[in-house]
Write a protein that binds this ligand. Structure first.
Ligand code: GLA
Length: 384
């Protein structure tokens, strides 16, 4: 009897303890879920204004960057693949498509209820080598058509929009002399949009470019859109890449551009938003971009952390920009940051490799920065 009791008491205690423990865990889980539900986020705060999202990379899509995934799910309602859907990855050899990663991006967006923006179908950069070697107009036209139709048809009905053409303009507003323009003439623009529409009639189609606030380039972009519209191509929106800095472009230039693009009957999107805080080699008088600035302390002034003075300036700049976006919420349909956190931004390696930049709303530990709080203040300010 004694022996029996001695043997059973501990097992009863273990049983009881495990019951208490599992009740505790499940309450805790529920609390955590409620917390996530209740926690304010960018997507909740800007729900009535516009879609808000980020460029994402393969580490996030495959789940290796689990903190990144968590942040994407909590904060955003739209994503754009940073690199993996560019021509060099999608069709590295003529007629041989690689859908493996792209399919995972689309699945991730569907599972997490994120509006997916395909980026991009036609761009002179990150192009596959074989395309640059095509010699005849016929072969290039046929290859371009096949590229667009194959990819856009595969994801028909699954994605929100396509950056059909990326960066087709020079700074003075003329058409960039890419292989496409050189061999196919300006019709390549009209045809690209028509092929995308043919493949997926309901998806939104965009033209996306940088420095879209610069008056000369803006005039060129407006001319390009009118040419598309006059030739019967469907275009739904303009993507103004927001690779901006602490001082420029001015709010007036940004505002004028949002209004001008909207007057074309298009949705305006701020795509690729990031604000560099580092010196720009182009601003240095007499500096050559080819000059080697790597390891230059002067060009990489904040290797360990961003001083409060600059962090506050960044927060103020983001706040001013978002006030403007909120003012024009009837014209702006989406704002997309170019990267999830500072450590993942391309601006750590461009235009100079190996610097430490701080261009986004989340720091290297995935924590919201002062800039995040300042953007959220705009969202929550009912007087704006
Ligand atoms: C351009 C492209 C993007 C990306 C950035 C740099 O803005 O549109 O896809 O390559 O350059 O990351």
């Amino acid at each position: 009897m004694k022996n029996y009791r001695l043997a059973t008491i501990p097992s009863k205690i273990v049983f009881l303890l495990s019951m208490i423990f599992s009740v505790f865990i499940s309450c805790n889980e529920r609390l955590k879920k409620d917390e996530v539900k209740e926690r304010p986020s960018l997507k909740k705060s800007f729900k009535k204004e516009f879609l808000i999202g980020s460029a994402v990379n393969d580490f996030q899509i495959t789940g290796k960057d689990s903190l990144g995934v968590q942040l994407i799910r909590t904060e955003y309602n739209t994503i754009t693949p940073e690199n993996s859907m560019k021509w060099m990855f999608m069709e590295p050899e003529k007629g041989i498509f690689n859908f493996e990663m792209a399919d995972q991006y689309i699945d991730f967006s569907i599972k997490n209820d994120l509006a997916f923006i395909g980026h991009n179908l036609v761009w002179h950069s990150q192009l596959a080598d074989w395309v640059t070697k095509i010699e005849t107009k016929e072969e290039l036209s046929e290859s371009l058509k096949n590229h667009i139709i194959t990819i856009a048809s595969r994801y028909k009905g699954k994605i929100h929009g396509w950056d059909v053409v990326n960066e087709a303009l020079n700074e003075d507003g003329t058409l960039r002399n890419s292989i496409f323009l050189e061999k196919l003439g300006p019709e390549y623009l009209v045809n690209s949009f028509k092929w995308a529409q043919e493949a997926d009639p309901d998806v939104e189609l965009y033209y996306n470019d940088y420095n879209m606030t610069n008056p000369e380039k803006r005039t060129g972009a407006i001319k390009l859109v009118k040419m598309l519209q006059e030739n019967g191509a469907k275009i739904d929106g303009i993507g103004m890449q927001g690779h901006w800095n602490l001082d420029g472009p001015s709010l007036a230039e940004i505002e004028e551009s949002i209004i001008a693009y909207s007057k074309l009957g298009l949705k305006v999107m701020i795509t690729e938003l990031d604000i560099t805080v580092l010196p720009n080699p182009w601003d240095l008088e007499g500096a050559e971009i080819s000059q080697n600035f790597e390891n230059s302390e002067f060009m990489n002034p904040y290797p360990d952390q961003l001083p409060d003075s600059v962090s506050n300036k960044l927060a103020k700049r983001y706040q001013d920009i978002f006030k403007l976006f909120k003012k024009h919420t009837d014209k702006i349909s989406r704002v997309t940051f170019w990267g999830v956190n500072d450590g993942q931004s391309w601006l750590n390696n461009w235009p100079i490799r190996g610097r430490t930049n701080y261009p986004l709303l989340f720091d290297r530990q995935y924590k919201p920065k002062a800039a995040y709080q300042s953007v959220m203040q705009v969202a929550n300010d009912t007087t704006l």
